[in-house]
Design a protein around this ligand. Structure first.
Ligand code: ADP
Ligand code: MG
Length: 355
């Protein structure tokens, strides 16, 4: 298949599904097939743009994921960025560089299945991209365009002392999944039917869930939209590098400090359950693990009562309070308080991005 057949196939795929899920089809003037995509200026709205580069053997490994999961993740990481701006995702551009062997395989079909499945769920339309050849590794560039009402974007820089700090979902799942992958766990997990395998089936199911939290992250689109549209968050960031790093980023941009409570950090009971026998430290995973793609945000005290407890089935947890800059970023565990260093666990700096 040559490049033009490939693009035409993608174009047909987009056009055949378009009518069923694009929320506002009239604003797209020209999608795939011209020198550039055209959409009508979204009058009165602000435009949000994010790009993410995924490089094989740096950001993912072909042998520990599946093509459709990679297609999902390429879009998910961008959806998470747009969600963290409090914006609604609208248009995607996806560029790929692949070696010949990948081009001549089923890989891209499956990859795009994962991409389109997630795009459909959030009303995102693929409006363009580019294709090139690489010597032997896959490179993916995912661009996502979203919109907010005028001046409605939520920045990292809006937090003030007294604001309350929240996170969505559970932290540390993706890092636990990565550790399991590093120790040899793979999808699909063992399905043989020996007596021992049967007794371990429940555990395999839980392991698989954690692997998928790493390989197929669910972006917080619903939470981001709600917090943005209702102007409930004073500052927001998505947790891609780990709570310790991303809280430090938010505080640096806002020129504030913070105090969080270790006991309040939402740790998945699954991680706690698996951690003992596998010598994983759930708090370290939650603080420094990264790639959970949950949202970390701050809320003015008088607005806290307006927060819902769940959005799209994802819970919300209060973890602390914004302080003055001189307080620094600190974490309390019992009666002890220490400085929360970004990415404090060196091991994860090395381990990150090898799935
Ligand atoms: P040019 O050489 O001008 O970049 P291309 O042949 O690369 O033209 O692109 C022609 C059209 O096909 C454009 O609309 C472009 O966005 C689209 N396109 C190319 N590659 C992809 C891709 N991987 N995914 C989606 N659209 C693509
Ligand atoms: Mg091109």
């Amino acid at each position: 298949m040559n490049e033009f057949d490939f693009i035409n196939k993608l174009r047909r795929r987009v056009e055949s599904s378009a009518s069923s899920f694009i929320p506002h089809p009239s604003t797209l003037v020209r999608g795939i097939g011209d020198d550039a995509a055209v959409f009508k200026a979204m009058a009165g709205n602000d435009v949000v743009v994010s790009t993410d580069l995924l490089v094989e053997d740096v950001d993912f490994r072909r042998d520990t994921t599946r093509p459709e999961l990679l297609g999902h993740k390429a879009l998910a990481v961008s959806l998470s960025d747009v969600a963290a701006m409090g914006a609604r995702p609208r248009w995607a551009l996806l560029s790929i560089g692949v070696p010949d062997a990948v081009w001549n395989s089923e890989f891209l079909d499956s990859f795009y299945s994962g991409f389109f499945e997630l795009a459909a769920r959030y009303g995102v339309t693929l409006v363009g991209g580019d294709v090139s050849r690489t010597p032997d590794r896959i490179v993916i560039d995912s661009i996502l365009i979203g919109e907010t009402p005028k001046a409605g974007a939520v920045f990292r820089s809006g937090a003030a002392p007294g604001d309350q700090i929240f996170v969505t979902g559970y932290l540390g799942d993706a890092a636990a999944g990565l550790r399991l992958i590093e120790r040899g766990a793979r999808l699909p997990l063992r399905t043989d039917q020996s007596a021992q395998a049967k007794s371990e089936a429940g555990e395999h199911h839980r392991l698989e869930y954690l692997l998928l939290r790493q390989l197929q992250p669910e972006p917080g689109v619903g939470w981001g939209l709600l917090l943005g549209e209702q102007q409930l968050a004073s500052a927001m960031i998505d947790i891609s590098d780990g709570l310790s790093s991303d809280l430090n980023h938010l505080c640096a941009e806002s020129k504030v400090g913070a105090l969080i409570d270790a006991a309040g950090i939402p740790i998945d009971p699954l991680v706690t359950e698996l951690s003992g026998r596998r010598a994983l430290d759930p708090l370290m995973l939650a603080l420094h693990g990264g790639e959970d793609f949950e949202l970390l945000f701050t809320v003015k005290p008088e607005m806290v009562a307006r927060l819902p407890s769940r959005v799209d089935g994802v819970s919300l947890t209060h973890i602390g309070e914004i302080k003055g800059a001189s307080a620094g970023v600190q974490i309390a565990e019992g009666s002890k308080t220490w400085k929360l260093e970004p990415g404090g666990w060196q091991h994860f700096k090395e381990a990150r991005g090898r799935t």
